[in-house]
Design a protein around this ligand. Sequence first.
Ligand code: AHR
Length: 502
Amino acid sequence: MYLRRLLGRLRSMNTIKIDLDRRSGLIDHNLFGGFAEHLGRCIYGGIYDPGSPLADEDGLRTDVLDALRRLKMPVMRYPGGNFVSGYRWIDGVGPVETRPARPELAWGTIEPNLFGTNEFVKFCRKINSEPYIVVNCGDGDMREARDWVEYCNGAQNTALANLRRQHGFDAPHNIKYWGIGNEVDGEWQIGYKTPQEYARAYKEFAKVMRWVDPSIKLLASAISNWRTEFVERTNLLLDQAADYIDYLAIHWYVGNPDNDFAAYMTASELVEERLSVVEGLIRAMKLQRNIHKPIAIAVDEWNVWYRARGATVEEHKNLEETYNLEDALVVAMHFNAFIRHAQMVKMANIAQIVNVIAPIITNPTGLFLQTIFHPFEVYSRTCGNIALDAFWESETFSGGSYSGLRLLDVAAALDEEKKSLSVYVVNRSEHDALETRITLDSGQFAGPVQVHVVNGPDIQAENSFDHPDRVSVFKTDLRVERNSFVYTFEPHSVTVLVSALA
Ligand code: AHR
């Protein structure tokens, strides 16, 4: 009788099974990238604040640098965003006193050009990020784009390489990643382009940029407007310019405008659908056109953004979104999807890094960490190099147009060097703790499992200057048997289980 009851309980229990040999892709740490735009208080008053007592010798806020270092962002996209489609890079180099202020049309402000390419590169070096520059393919031309590459990477005795030297940078910056245009598929963009116009412009820009520096990696602005002809646009781009594309860049933002938690928790499906669709488009075109070179996906803008939106500065409030716990769960679900799709998703850049839809908020005297900072930090610091194809089953829920979705959202990664396993679990139940058996189908655990839990008092909990730790990370250790243990995932939580392997 007792045995039957026990077996029954075990059968109905939520389950995660991991086979260390079921590898689904190599994880590129660039999944944990960032994005900084000249917009609101991201650069000025966020990263760069030369008058502040918190600034270092380069005018960079040291508290912001310290917080960003915690996130271990290996790559940083810059300078936009919509901003770049009206930007002249030459305005932002050379002696600061001679730099012009210009009307900034994308966000309706004035750009003082106190921070530009060289300041950005210095900033990246201080946080160990690889700079990723987007060139202006809005109102800018290919000459300007190729000149920017020469200014940054030129090593010979040429005018623009010499201009960089004159500006105090003898060694080339060796910028590896270059994007051509931002959200060119959106009517809101300065210099919006039809699919034909962009495919043609992309190839011509790419050609001359590569001729200046053949080592650069190029990103094409493929999809941000998911309501238009994105299939045709992507196919045309791959058809005409595949030789010049290293990454297809896609963007999206999600949110909870109807205050419907269950519907919001199905954001995982939108991410899954979009990644699978773009993977399929790349695969189909590679087969059709006999393309053998790797073409990866870069989700080079993604985040939660729905509160601080609107056409005017008053409406969009400089995009200063205050995040709550449910947003942190959604950010974690994004990382789970990126890990599950690691075979083709090789870069992702959370938009953005400071103040503007960001994990870090500053004021003149300090900063606080938003809820979404915490999953980012735990994932980035624990994620290994191999994605594993985890099996899981759990109780289900319905939300939005979905039903039968598993309450647990799971991903797993192996760190081959450290011989450790990380299991990433979001419990999307608002009220129920979910008791779950976690089993290794091959291999054994060695020693206790480190448990990192991101959680707070309720799904609406936010952090602020007055209450910086309402949502935070709690760490414990768990003793486990050789290849199996039971863990109860707290309601509305993100849990990362890290374990050494025998
Ligand atoms: O990140 C904010 C804005 O969102 C970017 O400028 C633009 O590319 C996107 O629409």
